[in-house]
Design a protein. Structure first.
Length: 106
């Protein structure tokens, strides 16, 4: 039995956020998914306005639909826009120009 048969295939979705300050992005992402009732995907990387989330393949289309939305109003509004999807982090990072973050040594 292949591991992916139990776990499922993972997909990585790159997104760009515009609007409010960077400190609000993780909480805005959490709020966006809680409003939709969908399970919150795992936030893999967030650098400036670009981010990557991980989800399972069957959830991918609904997560993309949710990510192409916005939350908040006026000055506090945060808009999300998906850029691309991939099956591997390496390919996705090279497409959007993100570097792999360094692991803290210690």
């Amino acid at each position: 039995m292949v591991v992916k048969e139990k776990r499922g295939r993972r997909r990585y979705i790159a997104f760009e956020a515009t609007g409010a300050a960077n400190e609000q992005l993780p909480s805005a992402l959490q709020a966006l998914f809680s409003l939709s009732g969908e399970r919150v995907p795992k936030l893999i990387q967030l650098e400036g306005r670009l981010g990557i989330v991980r989800c399972l393949e069957p959830e991918m289309k609904s997560i993309i639909e949710i990510l192409n939305g916005s939350i908040g109003e006026g000055e506090r509004e945060v808009r999300f826009r998906t850029l691309c999807t991939s099956g591997t982090l390496r390919a996705l990072r090279s497409r959007i120009g993100l570097e792999k973050p360094e692991k803290p040594r210690g």
